[in-house]
Design a protein around this ligand. Structure first.
Ligand code: NAP
Ligand code: G4F
Length: 324
């Protein structure tokens, strides 16, 4: 039985990946942080309690991570834990850098010293591209990376140190450069989760309006289930490498709002107000990924459309809020 170790197992991707790996017959281990509100710790993995093994752990506590890797001896490590919110990274840049950059270095050191035969996946991000863009308006593995946020800068350090460890120590360490991906498990302070939850609350008479930031930025949105499948394919390739994972279709935040409100029979323009609080000091205005490499080398392709994903999210929040 293959063993996987997941950091961030109670996050959107970690919990979705745990389900995928359990279905593939893996023994799944993961760390959760000791938070002061216990019910927040395992919200997304409550139903998996008897199937996965969780341990308290924090990326900052390198000795505890080392001990776990020594004891578990995983075949595959998926390093997904991070302070993952871009706007919040402007409010807590040092914390973000410690978690996302130094936390990754802590993981790599533990991996190198305790289980170097394992394979290591790093959750790299399209936020690393920032204002870097190719002449055809796409970002791909070779595009210049000019990050526009503390989050993007910290992730870029992590991306490079993973490459450095691969080459220096002959480790199987890969970067998946994932574009935005969502699901019903998405935190509701990310834009799709916020808009879906807000629109459903408006429909149910629980909210009068929704305050938003930049409506004109563009994102390439895919589904988390498709993207964790890509993570597994990247680690099961014959060699470590870098892969962009994206749909190749981009939409504005405005168009996404229009779609969600329309599904509920509402006009978004009647309910959205702009609040400067939700703008970023520097914005990444446009993302559109070219996933040709992973499509041709690994045969990956997205299976869930943007429309199907947003409808799944609307149904999830409608069912949840109707019961409350
Ligand atoms: P998420 O839902 O925010 O999950 C992040 C996870 O990291 C949570 O379980 C969180 O635990 C954990 N974590 C945070 N700080 C930690 C620390 N110091 N020690 C241990 N665990 C810690 O994020 P996601 O959407 O699943 O994303 C997974 C990864 O992919 C992240 O690294 C993210 O930056 C990256 N990524 C995401 C996207 C996307 O569109 N979703 C795209 C590209 C890359 P708590 O619950 O305790 O906070
Ligand atoms: O949903 P978002 O917060 O995602 P963002 O900043 O693109 O970051 C996500 O994707 C990255 C991959 O590219 C990941 F690495 C990262 O971990 C995270 O998962 O915002 C998307 C866009 C932005 O342009 C933002 O300015 O939506 C715009 N936006 C407009 N109003 C808003 C809002 N974003 C949020 N969160 N809240 C708003 O009210």
């Amino acid at each position: 039985m293959r063993k996987a170790f997941i950091t961030g197992i109670n996050g959107q991707d970690g919990s979705t990946l745990a389900r995928l790996l359990l279905n593939k017959g893996y023994e799944v281990h993961g760390i959760v942080r000791r938070n002061s509100i216990p019910e927040h710790q395992e919200l997304r993995i409550d139903d998996l309690t008897n199937e996965i093994k969780t341990y308290y752990g924090d990326l900052e506590h390198s000795s505890a991570i080392s001990r776990l890797l020594r004891e578990i001896q995983p075949d595959e490590i998926y390093h997904l834990a991070a302070q993952s919110h871009v706007r919040i990274s402007f409010e807590i840049p040092l914390y973000t850098a410690n978690t996302n950059a130094m936390g990754t270095l802590n993981m790599l050191e533990a991996y190198r010293l305790e289980c170097p035969q394992a394979r290591f996946y790093q959750a790299s991000s399209s936020e690393m591209f920032g204002t870097g863009i190719d002449a055809d308006s796409c970002q791909r593995e070779t595009t210049t990376m000019l990050p526009t946020s503390p989050y993007g800068c910290a992730k870029l350090f992590a991306y490079h140190i993973v490459r450095n460890y691969r080459k220096a120590y002959k480790l199987f360490a890969s970067n998946g450069i994932l574009f935005n991906h969502e699901s019903a498990l998405r935190g509701s302070n990310f834009v799709t989760g916020k808009v879906v939850k807000g629109a459903v609350m408006i429909k149910l008479g629980m909210l009068s309006h929704l305050e938003m930031g930049n409506m004109d930025s563009h994102r390439d949105w895919g589904h988390s289930r498709d993207y964790v499948r890509a993570m597994h394919m990247i680690l099961n390739h014959s060699e470590p490498d870098e892969f962009v994972v994206a749909t190749g279709v981009t939409r504005s935040v405005r168009d996404m709002c229009d779609f969600v409100f329309s599904q509920l029979g509402l006009n978004y323009q009647d309910y959205i107000r702009i609040n400067p609080k939700f703008f970023r000091p520097e914005e990444l205005p446009f993302l559109k990924g070219d996933a040709t490499k992973i499509r041709t080398v690994l045969g990956w392709q997205p299976e869930i459309s943007f429309e199907e994903m947003m409808i799944e999210m609307i149904e999830y929040w409608m069912n949840k809020l109707k019961k409350s």
